[in-house]
Design a protein around this ligand. Structure first.
Ligand code: PMP
Length: 403
């Protein structure tokens, strides 16, 4: 077959240059392992930003996918299919929300939440038409639509893509007093990530979320959690908000919901909020298709059957402690919850991109963020020996980089 160089050159010639991938071309995955076209093996420590929580090509998910693909893949929502009801019911049973609105990608589910919140504000809260305001956090990541990048604090996500939609206001992350101060009678929702993933695995102070929930309740403001990256077991609980005993009014899921096989996302809410949607208001051709529903349903079953949230909590705690024990002048901090871990490096000494390249050369696939943070988020099925091996590789690479 073609070599890495040939494939890279073709991608660079015929593809838009909206990514700058590391110099490896993958061709196969199984469990926590990936193979490149040269036959080299890598431990997947990023899981496609938490989407591959069940590992690559999990036999149960592959079976669900292929069986459903050979039976019925798509009808559109103009007609019902026999798989979606089962997935919706399981989602409700597992997470305790009355209803879910299925779409495809994370950003679509965020857009769905924004629409739900605005309509709720006009129909039920009494906000004047067009005046709804949503509070978001600095350093957020909620996707790449023009509306969503419009309230990003990352210049690169915004530059050249305006004009942007009004109706968003940003406050510092982890600051409940700032939330309270920002609320006006038009404030409709507070949209937040329980842990900021793309922002560099930023963990808010203990008590912050519980206080935000209280403030929102007092002011009749919807609390909407973007759990696209943190949800479905990643942080050691089904939802990361559970760590603070908080039940948001709306929850956004994506990534792992599709079992790492196809894009599946959803907005979850109780009747009080979800009732705002009427037939024809909102939808998408592929949202809730039988193929997506069959795979998501099996992914949710796997999550429960294999107790993957508990597994993430247990293995994540050990791995975090192991990484925190590494003595290196390059490390500023190691933080995380469950199997969502960030290692902040001293950028005066090493760039996270350089560190990621070194790790890749040693068979460890990670993700660098903002020059300073290395992210570790392996599939939740990862074993203890593999994590110990990863820790050794990281330790060795940092030692080499320090000299
Ligand atoms: N929300 C969060 C918290 C995310 O981490 C991401 C993706 N990194 C998204 C939304 C967007 O998801 P997608 O790329 O599927 O649109």
């Amino acid at each position: 077959g073609p070599t890495t160089a040939q494939l890279r050159q073709r991608e660079d010639t015929f593809g838009a240059r909206n990514y700058a991938p590391l110099p490896v071309v993958f061709t196969r995955g199984e469990g926590v392992w990936l193979w490149d076209v040269e036959g080299r093996r890598y431990l997947d420590m990023m899981s496609a930003y938490s989407a591959v929580s069940f590992g690559h090509s999990h036999p149960r998910l592959v079976r669900a996918l292929t069986e459903q693909a050979s039976r019925l893949a798509l009808t559109s929502r103009a007609y019902s299919n026999d798989r979606l009801p089962l997935m919706l019911e399981r989602l409700s049973a597992l997470l305790g929300y009355d209803r879910a609105l299925p779409v495809n990608t994370g950003l679509e589910a965020v857009e769905t939440a924004i629409k739900a919140a605005r309509k709720w504000a006009y129909k039920l809260k009494g906000v004047a038409d067009g005046q709804a305001e949503i509070i978001v956090c600095a350093n957020n990541f909620h996707g790449r639509s023009t509306t969503i990048v419009g309230f990003s604090s990352e210049a690169q996500y915004r530059d050249g893509f305006g004009p942007f939609a009004p109706g968003f206001c940003s406050i510092p992350y982890g600051d409940a007093a700032a939330l309270e101060a920002a609320i006006t009678p038009n404030t409709t929702a507070f949209l937040f990530e329980p842990i900021q993933g793309e922002g560099g695995i930023v963990i808010p102070p203990a008590g912050w979320l519980a206080r935000c929930a209280e403030v929102c309740r007092q002011h009749n403001v919807l609390l909407i959690a973007d759990e696209v990256q943190t949800g479905l077991g990643r942080t050691g609980r089904l939802l990361a908000c559970e760590h603070e005993g908080v039940r948001p009014d709306g929850v956004i899921l994506g990534k792992a919901l599709g079992g790492g096989l196809l894009p599946v996302s959803a907005f979850l809410a109780n009747d009080a909020l979800m009732q705002v949607f009427r037939p024809g208001d909102h939808g998408s051709t592929f949202g809730g298709n039988p193929l997506a529903a069959a795979v998501a349903d099996e992914a949710l079953r796997l999550l429960a059957d294999e107790r993957l949230a508990e597994r993430a909590a247990r293995l994540g705690a050990t791995f975090l402690a192991r990484l925190q024990a590494i003595e290196s002048p390059l490390i500023r901090e190691v933080r995380g919850r469950g199997l969502l871990i960030g290692m902040e490096l001293d950028t005066r000494r090493v760039n996270a991109r350089t560190a990621a390249e070194w790790l890749l050369a040693r068979g460890l696939m990670t993700k660098d963020t903002h020059d300073s943070v290395l992210r570790f988020a392996p599939p939740l099925i990862v074993g203890e020996p593999e994590l110990e091996w990863a820790a050794e590789v990281i330790e060795d690479a940092l030692a080499d980089l320090a000299t």
